[in-house]
Design a protein around this ligand. Structure first.
Ligand SMILES: NC(=O)c1ccc[n+]([C@@H]2O[C@H](COP(=O)([O-])OP(=O)(O)OC[C@H]3O[C@@H](n4cnc5c(N)ncnc54)[C@H](O)[C@@H]3O)[C@@H](O)[C@H]2O)c1
Length: 353
């Protein structure tokens, strides 16, 4: 059975990858230090919920609990892998502004360590990197957009979303955007210089079950949990900000496609998200949640956040063509499964808002 290592395997994306590949009979090895709550400087109850579930359900999943900054511990685990998915790190822009060193170490040094383990062992191990649209910083705000009553929209030449050609230079990023950009570039370079098989996936907004959204990160599940528990939702800015949403099941299918095709596709960079068909503004999402789970949602407004992208929609044409993949879960379908899972597990969110 092939061995797949998932760095950040206790987290939202990592745990969903783990379940998918365990079902496909991989030997799945999770590395995590359970630091999401500490890194976000928030109390997050039951951080072991995802791994408890995985370890109790799938005998072919193992957990190594240590810090990815510790190269000596990482090397023996990575060096025997047949594939690596990197889904670890500090994930919030807001927290990175307050704690930039923690952000740098947990996003850049961790990625670098895993790359070095592959280079120093067997450079044919495929490496999937969870990058972010934040590498484009506020360059996304330098393009013409149209303001509607409840949303911004893009115009030509970006009507199909932002492609991989958008510049990552000369813009405001936030420390999170910089640490992720630096790691993204390291991953690309290890592909080009050392011949690693690296897939860089610049993700827009990923959502779904097993995500513990808070006000600072994971806004869709944070909104759903707030709506279900009758807590107010704070919108930073005017709420017309648009994101393309991708359900985590579609993301995992995409990673599978890359692992299968990486020998022919080679190392590359892809923008991924739900694309223009799955783009929605904050105000529009709140409207849907009023219809789907709580007509009485209370909304508060606060100032715009530094460097916030007014609109980010991924141009997914490259990934669709190169990896023969397309999102299959609509926002309505994805929200229903997410609402269902959160309503069954609302206690997990109780102190996190
Ligand atoms: N969720 C999204 O919408 C989204 C969008 C763009 C990019 N990403 C990227 O995808 C990755 C996964 O995101 P997520 O939403 O699953 O986050 P998450 O917080 O749920 O999972 C990250 C995991 O990494 C672990 N971790 C952090 N630092 C570590 C370290 N030094 N050693 C070992 N483990 C460590 C945490 O304990 C956590 O379990 C991140 O790199 C994030 O930047 C996520």
């Amino acid at each position: 059975m092939p061995k797949l290592v998932i760095a950040g395997g206790a987290g939202f994306i990592g745990s969903q990858c783990a379940e998918y590949f365990a079902k496909k009979k991989f030997n799945v090895i999770l590395i995590d230090n359970f630091s999401r709550g500490n890194l976000l400087h928030q109390y997050l109850p039951r951080s072991r919920f995802n791994t408890d579930f995985l370890l109790n359900t799938y005998p072919n999943i193992k957990l190594f609990e240590f810090d990815l900054r510790d190269y000596e511990k990482v090397y023996p685990v990575i060096s025997i892998a047949d594939g690596v998915i990197f889904a670890a790190g500090q994930t919030a822009v807001t927290t990175s502004l307050q704690f930039p060193r923690e952000d740098l170490e947990n996003n850049l040094l961790t990625t670098f360590n895993v790359l070095e383990c592959i280079r120093n062992s067997r450079n044919e191990i495929p490496f999937i990197y969870c990058s972010t649209n934040k590498v484009y910083g506020d360059n996304t705000n330098q393009v013409p957009i149209i303001e509607h009553d409840d949303a911004y929209s893009l115009t030509e030449p970006h009507i199909k979303g932002f492609s991989e050609d958008l510049s990552i230079d000369n813009c405001v990023h936030s420390p999170y955007g910089v640490s992720k950009s630096a790691a993204d570039l390291y991953v690309q370079d290890y592909g080009k210089i050392y011949g690693l098989k690296t897939g860089v996936f610049r993700m827009s907004c990923i959502y779904g079950p097993y995500q513990y959204g808070i006000a600072d990160q994971g806004w869709v599940t944070h909104f759903v949990a707030s709506a279900l528990s009758g807590k107010p939702i704070t919108i930073y800015g005017n709420g017309k900000q648009v994101r393309d949403l991708l359900h985590v099941s579609d993301l995992v299918e995409l990673f599978d496609a890359y692992l299968k095709k990486c020998k022919t596709v080679g190392s590359d960079v892809f923008n991924i998200g739900g694309g223009p068909k799955n783009a929605i503004s904050i105000l529009q999402l709140v409207k849907k949640l009023r219809e789907l789970c709580n007509p009485e949602i209370i909304v508060k407004y606060d100032n715009w956040r530094l460097g916030d992208q007014k609109i980010y929609v991924s141009d997914i044409r490259k990934v669709q063509t190169r990896l023969t993949w397309t999102p299959s879960i609509s926002i309505d379908q994805g929200l229903k499964t997410t609402i269902q899972w959160i309503s069954q597990n609302l206690n997990l969110f109780s102190k996190s808002s």
